[in-house]
Design a protein around this ligand. Structure first.
Ligand SMILES: [Zn+2]
Length: 145
């Protein structure tokens, strides 16, 4: 599989030109290799964001990476293994694979990931992590609306 580490907060999510906001990790679907012999899954991870969350007492960066790898693996074990992210079928596959991956790492939590859509800073969507125990909130990134 391809695990793409990027400092970008927005990524190409499929081959149809659609992009998606990258909040720590993202599912990018899977397709057959050019020789047709293998299935290649694609996931994204933003290590800068992962590190901020680890420092705020959330999941460790390693947990995020493990989650993305297992999520891709689980998704490729659904149906024929190839799925286009952001389509109806791709979204169903993603949710199934994500849930299964969550069960495999009970300590992993995405509850602290929050967004503020233009409320505290008009014109900006701010993505942040809130430590549910300490209440500490840190900004991960912001995107102009
Ligand atoms: Zn996931």
């Amino acid at each position: 599989m391809d695990l793409i580490a990027t400092s970008s907060n927005e990524v190409d999510i499929n081959d149809n030109g659609e992009t998606g906001i990258l909040v720590v990790g993202a599912y990018g679907g899977s397709k057959r290799s050019e020789d047709g012999k293998t299935t290649i899954g694609k996931q994204y991870v933003n290590p800068d964001q992962a590190e901020k969350i680890e420092q705020n007492g959330g999941n460790t960066a390693g947990q995020f990476v493990k989650h993305e790898i297992m999520e891709s693996y689980n998704a490729m074990n659904i149906g024929k293994g190839t799925h286009t992210a952001k389509t109806t079928e791709g979204n169903k596959t993603y949710f199934k694979a994500h849930k299964k991956t969550m069960r495999l790492d009970p300590k992993y939590s995405d509850k602290g990931l929050k967004k503020d859509l233009g409320i505290s800073v008009p014109g900006y969507n701010i993505y942040f992590h809130k430590n549910e125990s300490t209440g500490s909130a840190i900004e991960l990134f912001r995107i102009q609306q």
